[in-house]
Design a protein around this ligand. Sequence first.
Ligand code: SF4
Ligand code: SF4
Length: 357
Amino acid sequence: MAEAPRMPDEIGVRDIQEFLHPVMKKNYGNWKYHDRPRPGVLHHVAHSGDEIWTVRAATSRQMDIHQIRELMDIADDFAEGYIRFTIRSNMEFMVSEESKVQPLIDALTAHGNPIGGTGNSVSTVSHTQGWLHCDIPGTDASGAVKALMDEIIDEFTHEEMPNRVRLTSSCCQINCGGQGDIAINIQHTKPPKIDHSQVGNVCERPTVVARCPVAAIRPAMVNGKPSLEVDEKKCICCGACFPPCPPMQINDPEHSNFAVWVGGKHSNARSKPTFHKLVASGIPNNPPRWPEVSKIVKQILSAYKEDAKDYERMGEWADRIGWPSFFEKTGLPFTKYHIDNWRGGRANLNASAHIRF
Ligand code: SF4
Ligand code: SF4
């Protein structure tokens, strides 16, 4: 008898209802208003009269099982057993009585999790996976983020910025961190170095050729072995060839640097979503504390805090004062690298709608 076909056991995203705090479940979609009694605390009032307080705490994002257990104990002992994570890796704990808010804050603070990240604060950096989960990082995104947030923690726990500030960080130039008011991204500045002895064994050459956005890679025979070659005049040092072909190493301790970009946002509140723009490049990839990155981000934050109008996002502020003023006010040097004069895309950018892996 033929075996029954194996059925897929993937059932998609689980329904969130079973994870909601009972007050949220009961009043789902039926809220009257919300406010923020203090930075890091949200207060929602339902039409039924029910109330719920949410306390937002920073986490170190990449947590070991011991940290998670301790935080779950805090959730059980002080927060009625319910938590959720925000997209920026903050944790939110819900309570249905106001009297439970302060003991919860005290427990989280004592555990080393600062309270904040709401309203016009600098919330936790949304950063990419780095060494832990990804195969192509050029730096440790979480390390640079931790070093930076240690220095600007007061901006997380207070709401003193003109508007919310959302930071992102990406550990390669593919930039899975997305757009941010300030983005801290790795930038490669030299074409990949090819280990020709390995390409034929490791890489599927047509896939690698197709991967290059500017058609700079060609198949080649090197020392009698099938390999690849790169037209370095065309190469834009994006690093896209490295994931499908690790012998095309692009990470370099000297030439893979940090760059800081400003003015990106996803939301369409008041103005349309925007891409961030390069404001500083060639910043050393300098672990374990990356002081040069933190210094530049702090310069930008301080100029924005001083000069922007209330409720102006970082990019709106830069657009209003003009980019020459932005460089004057932040004290950052304007160099030839800020001028986007690359025109290769007109002739050879791979702009097809095909999805490539
Ligand atoms: S930014 Fe790049 S290296 Fe970092 S996790 Fe995303 S794809 Fe991987
Ligand atoms: S994929 Fe990017 S790094 Fe690789 S050769 Fe093409 S442009 Fe250069």
